[in-house]
Structure formats: C-alpha cells, structure tokens
Ligand binder design. Structure first.
Ligand code: DQA
Length: 155
C-alpha cells in the first residue's frame, strides 16, 4: 500500500485579484458570461483530470493577495494567478511572488495586448514562467495543465 506521502497530490494555488468576483456581470463583451463559480468548476475539473489539488481564491485586496502568495511558500507546489488590475500596478505582488520561490503562471481572460496601452505592461510577467491571455476562462485549464507539467518535470 502507498504511504500517505506518496499518495499526496501536488497543490496548486489558483489566486484571483480584484473585480473577478464580478465575472458574468462585468463587461461581458470583454470577459464573457461565465461567473467566478464557473471558473472554479473549470479548475476543479482540470485538477481532477491532472490529479492535482487546488486552492482556489479571489480577493479585492492587494494586501490580502500578497499575504496569500506568502502563505504558499512551503505549502503549495505552484501558483496560477490572475492578478487582474494589480498586474499592471503592484510591485508588492511581484516581490511576494519572487519571495515564495515557486513556479508562477500568469493568466488573463482577455488579451491584455489588444486592449488599452496601460494593460500592456505586467509586473507579474517578470516572475512568471509563462503567461496565458486572451483564451477566455478556458485559459485557466491550460494554465493548470502547464503548471502540472512543470511540477512533474521538476519534481
Ligand atoms: C484581467 C485583465 C486586467 O487588465 C484587468 O484589470 C482585469 C482582468 C483579465 O483576466 O483579462 O481585471 O486580468
């Protein structure tokens, strides 16, 4: 029989920033009609398929997001993050992501490069292994697949 440790699945934190709780209501022409609950379901299904565990969260607060990133150190195996507007503004978030020393994948529902110029720069991209943007909410499943591959490759 496998020991509990051997059976333990890798943990991927899926962190979401401000206004993503408004998905479904918020600018559906840009973000589509799926709600944050729908996004969580997509992630749960992807995680089952990939045999990983997820911790899915959303906050509107920059400080809370930074604290959640810090909590991942020594606990999670990787971070998938949609930092929303903090992507473009938060050095605090960038510093926290460096500090945890975990693989990071940045995800955006919309294609930020087709939008206003202020969205073209991402602080988070400096620490991210990869960025998925413009593929809608299905992009979360791609991000989880990529993170599971990184964790498997790097043990
Ligand atoms: C977003 C893109 C950001 O520019 C924006 O501030 C968001 C959502 C996206 O998922 O497309 O809130 O991260």
């Amino acid at each position: 029989m496998l020991s509990a440790d051997l059976m333990k699945r890798p943990l991927i934190a899926v962190l979401n920033g401000p206004n993503l709780n408004m998905l479904g209501l918020r600018q559906p022409d840009v973000y589509g009609h799926a709600t944050l609950d729908d996004v969580e379901q997509i992630c749960i299904q992807a995680a089952e398929r990939l045999d990983v565990a997820i911790d899915f969260r959303q906050t509107n607060g920059e400080g809370e997001l930074v604290s959640w990133v810090q909590e991942c150190r020594g606990r999670a195996n990787g971070i998938v993050i949609n930092p929303a507007a903090y992507t473009h503004t938060s050095i605090a978030l960038l510093d926290a992501l460096y500090a945890v020393e975990l693989p990071v994948i940045e995800i955006h529902i919309s294609n930020i490069h087709r939008r206003e110029e202020f969205r073209h720069h991402s602080y988070v991209s400096q620490v991210a292994r990869g960025v998925i943007c413009g593929l809608g909410v299905r992009g979360y499943a791609h991000a989880l697949q990529a993170m599971a591959d990184i964790i498997e490759d790097e043990g």
